[in-house]
Write a protein that binds this ligand. Structure first.
Ligand code: SF4
Length: 235
């Protein structure tokens, strides 16, 4: 499943971050985006109250309780989920092309800060009262994630970047192209060891391919003009 672009909005309590987030949702929805939102609080609170029927469902050990009402549908898991699991869930359940997260300031997501809070790692900008530059930064983030989804996601470093995300940023800035991904370059040679894809640089890939071709051509019963080979070995 493709990764959804996700951006965290963070700031102190009462800094106005919820207003910034909801204003962004309105503007982005007007411009044709589907936006899902996540609100995080580290406090031990629940939307439900002790003794209510739905709370009893959750407390009974149910893996997932769905609270269905005349106006909304709430999913209740019996424990806090890691952010990546929440984003996967949102991606599969909601019809959106972007997720805005309120909170999760220590996550690895790209972030926008609101108010005078100290900048956290991954902060792409500070909101200064003008939504337009924030909307531009979000559009860039959507494009960078689209590029990232074209890359294999192996974070192998063969292209000289530590991660596919860094490579996607360079492609977005016009410094590189998708075809500079060393793994995609050699996609006509796939090596898997114990079920794991092994990224190969061009040189070892071409040595393996030419060595295998020479050996196969010398075997009885193999036509010289074969165009696909599968090889599996147990050790
Ligand atoms: S070579 Fe390709 S798979 Fe490896 S980090 Fe670079 S972009 Fe990602």
């Amino acid at each position: 499943m493709n990764k959804l672009p996700a951006i965290a909005i963070y700031g102190y309590s009462d800094s106005g971050k919820t207003t910034v987030l909801t204003d962004l949702v309105e503007k982005l929805t007007e411009s044709g985006h589907g936006v899902c939102t996540v609100k995080h609080t580290p406090a031990d609170v629940s939307l439900d109250s002790e003794g209510k029927d739905t709370r009893r469902h959750v407390d009974s050990g149910s893996s997932l309780t769905v609270f269905s009402t005349g106006v909304e549908t709430d999913l209740m898991f019996p424990e806090p989920l890691p952010l990546n699991d929440i984003l996967r869930l949102v991606g599969s359940a909601g019809s959106c092309d972007l997720v805005l997260v309120e909170g999760f300031k220590s996550s690895s997501l790209p972030k926008i800060s609101v108010g005078d809070i100290e900048g956290k790692d991954g902060t792409i900008m500070r909101y200064d009262g003008d939504l337009d530059p924030v909307l531009e930064a979000i559009e860039s983030e959507i494009r960078i994630t689209e590029i990232e989804n074209e890359l294999p996601g192996l974070d192998c470093g063969l292209c000289g970047n530590e991660s596919c995300r860094e490579m996607a940023e360079e492609i977005y800035e016009g410094k590189r192209e998708v075809k500079d991904c060393q793994v995609l370059e050699e996609k006509d040679l796939n090596l898997r060891v114990d079920g794991e894809d092994i990224p190969l640089e061009n040189f070892p890939a071409s040595i393996i391919k030419s060595g295998l071709k020479g050996m196969l051509e010398s075997l009885k019963g193999v036509d010289d003009d074969f165009d696909h080979v599968s090889l599996e070995a147990d050790y």
